[in-house]
Design a protein around this ligand. Structure first.
Ligand SMILES: [Zn+2]
Length: 401
């Protein structure tokens, strides 16, 4: 790889690595570097191991134009991606007997195409429903007898609402599993309960990215995700200090795609924040991320010298069964005295202590829960950041909306 890949030449040591542990001697890769390289050497940059004729797929990361990385793959790279998604489906206990609804337009990101390829890999029947409106999708699912759906949690809820209003609930009659993608853990936990109670179907998560591929699969025993360590090397590090984070801690995933050769991703700073789990209840060997992806590093705030991820607070709030609105508020009475309070719509006084305990236990963070009457906070339900940073200094604080 080193001989032909100009981008990696400056980064990789001249002698081959003796072990995977030596990988950490290679500098991390940031998306900004790859973007700069692509702008300087359009259209694909210099992180190419082979001549362009070898490549068969190209996917774009999400983002605005000019901020999208183009990630080309060879057919060998793609075969690995197909296998990685098949792993997701098998972990969700899908098989060749399943008919899997894909209710989305196939955009330029990897996830859509990887999903379809994974369905084919396990021998299930793919039901591509892009280009249809919601009503047409529900009709097609009814007629084709869909048994599983792959979509964002928000979209699953949209379909459920629509089916209710159109009287098309039959679309979900044979659906036993919803495989979520594309949204972080807090949102998934909020949606999971609603989807599961509406459909009586299991909801499982998975996560991947266009940059490194489908690096995780759901844990059927304990929920959350496992990193597919057969194909991906994962370090979880404090985004500020670079220190490796142990079990129970939160940090940024730095991923190396071991089977991606055409456009190598070595120690890629994913920006995804995860909690490092102990061994999962199923005893599976791969690294367990009990809450899936809990947020992004750019959401992080520093409180009393600690990294705090609003999504992790959000996930804990949702875990206690709060379905109404809430707002996380960072305040500081004095510059060195940060406070976290969470306004929660509830009439149940027991919840206050329960949420405070869970957050203290889970995040080692003392927060003050302030119960407010239901309806007080405008509830965006999903995909809305409910964060208010009212501290004096700017620092890492980021105003949420
Ligand atoms: Zn497991």
């Amino acid at each position: 790889m080193r001989a032909s890949n100009v981008f990696q030449q400056a980064r990789l040591p001249t002698a081959p690595l003796a072990s995977l542990e030596e990988l950490t001697s290679i500098p991390v890769t940031c998306k900004a570097e790859l973007l700069r390289d692509q702008i300087a050497h359009p259209p694909f940059g210099t992180n190419l191991t082979y001549a362009l004729e070898r490549y068969t797929h190209v996917h774009l990361t999400s983002g605005t134009v000019g901020d999208q990385l183009r990630v080309p793959q060879t057919s060998e790279d793609w075969a690995a991606t197909r296998g990685h998604f098949a792993r997701v489906l098998r972990a969700a206990e899908l098989s060749e007997r399943d008919r899997v609804a894909l209710p989305f337009a196939f955009g330029p990101q990897l996830q859509f195409w990887a999903a379809a390829a994974g369905v084919e890999e396990i021998g299930a029947l793919a039901l591509p429903l892009g280009g249809l409106d919601g009503r047409e999708r529900l009709r097609a699912m009814t007629e084709l007898g869909a048994t599983a759906i792959i979509c964002t949690p928000s979209y699953a809820l949209t379909l459920i609402d629509l089916a209710g209003s159109l009287g098309l609930e039959a679309a979900f009659e044979s659906v036993h599993t919803v495989i979520c993608q594309g949204e972080p853990g807090g949102s998934i936990e909020a949606a999971r309960q609603q989807i599961e109670s509406a459909l009586g179907a299991r909801v499982v998560d998975h996560a991947g990215s266009t940059e490194v591929g489908v690096f995780s699969y759901p844990c059927a025993a304990g929920g959350g995700l496992h990193v597919n360590e057969e194909s991906f090397l994962c370090e979880v590090r404090d985004p500020n200090t670079g220190e490796e984070v142990g079990a129970g801690g939160h940090g940024e995933m730095i991923l190396t795609a071991l089977r991606r050769r055409g456009y190598p991703m070595i120690r890629f700073r994913s920006g995804d924040v995860v909690e490092v789990g102990e061994t999962c209840p199923g005893g599976h060997g791969d690294l367990w991320l009990p809450s899936g992806i809990v947020g992004r590093t750019d959401d992080m705030v520093v409180i009393g010298g600690m990294n705090v991820f609003p999504s992790a607070i959000e996930a804990a709030v949702r875990e206690t069964g709060v379905l109404g609105g809430y707002r996380i508020r960072f305040t500081a009475d004095a510059p060195e005295d940060d406070h976290v309070s969470v306004l929660v719509e509830t009439t149940d006084p027991k919840l206050v202590a329960q949420i405070e305990d869970l957050i203290l236990h889970r995040l080692a963070l003392r927060v003050r829960i302030v119960p407010v009457m239901p309806g007080t906070l405008r509830d965006g339900r999903l995909k809305t950041r409910h964060v208010e940073d009212a501290r004096h200094r700017t620092g890492n604080g980021r105003q949420g909306g």
